[in-house]
Design a protein around this ligand. Sequence first.
Ligand SMILES: C[S@@+](CC[C@H](N)C(=O)[O-])C[C@H]1O[C@@H](n2cnc3c(N)ncnc32)[C@H](O)[C@@H]1O
Length: 395
Amino acid sequence: MNKFFVSTPLGFENTALLEMKEVWPYLLGKDSKTHSLPFPEVEIHQGGLEFETEMFQALQLNFFLKTANRVLLRMTSFRTKDLPKFYQKFKSLPWKEYLAHGHVEWEVAAQKSRLNNEKRLQESAEKALSEIFAGQKGEKPCASIYIRMDDDLCTISLDSTGEHLHKRGWSVLKGEAPMRETIAAELLREMIGEATPAEVAQVTVVDPMMGSGTFLTEARSLWAGQFQREFAFKEWKKCPKLFLSPSFSLNYEMSSKAPFKAVLGFDINPDMVPAATKNFEEVERQLKTYQRDAFQSLPHKFLHQDSLKGADLGGATPVWMVVNPPYGERLPVAGKGGLKALAGELCRLYGPQKLGILYPEKERVSSIPEGYTLEKEVKINNGGLRCLFTILTTV
Ligand SMILES: C[S@@+](CC[C@H](N)C(=O)[O-])C[C@H]1O[C@@H](n2cnc3c(N)ncnc32)[C@H](O)[C@@H]1O
């Protein structure tokens, strides 16, 4: 057993735990059949989840968690105020079991500790690693090591993920101000809330200002695996052989059904239609490679349309509308009351069963449109901007 830390954006911890619980029963064992390992005891921390389990299962979380940032293998944690002790501890770790050579990337953060000089900590760790590998260094870094010193508690971790998990490996084109996939996944989960899978399966998701379609591609793939991007653990000497086989993803026995009934998107910018289409098609292409015969395309339409002039939803019902409008000057409805008026306008035009709208906190939707009630207001840090995600539901 090893200790792991799944890091998440602040506030996403409970959703990541829910995702982990949902996917757990479908993970594989070393015989490439569905495993029966019990769900670990998970400690929820600010910014992540800590638990102990088998490496084989923990690494697979990389393929499925949509609201997490990365999965770290905890190498050790210990208290120290002393650099030589730090150096000795670092050097005693089994780096040779994981790393091909001594060239790695470093993420060092120190606070409220006697050893608070990040540069010196890194130099000390670099020296230890160079000695372990007798100066042998590859051209490219072979891993990322995280060192964290907090209140004299030192935690050393090895990153199993590589590029941040919001990089799904299927988004080919981006529009203006695209949102992070992790945020889109979190907000869709907030909209689902307590709804059952059967209820969600009836819903058409509509994004009236879709940009490159992040909400819609996430709606398509919320319960699916991402297998075609690279993961750092595949470079580890200890990487389980199964994950290096191109066909291992065929072994998962989870349902290939998409969570929703259909998706529909509009954008006033005609360039966004081919962008959203390409992104969505790439997701479906990737899912098809591992779902094979069970794959079913999700009905989808992406149209060039000013959604504030009203648009045809093709009789879809129920509709959940989810929107990340342009902020400030860029909003074309500015003359009509700007963002504050947008929620009311969308409810009036389309009467969705639910509306989820992400916008800057300072423009809080204060008047609830007639026929709607405030279901939830979630604080979200959207690229450094303090935002709210307001969910309105029909009464
Ligand atoms: C912040 S971006 C959305 C980004 C999107 N969530 C993504 O991740 O790619 C806002 C989008 O709204 C579109 N837009 C602005 N006004 C619109 C309108 N009246 N009707 C339809 N689309 C509109 C813009 O063209 C832009 O693509």
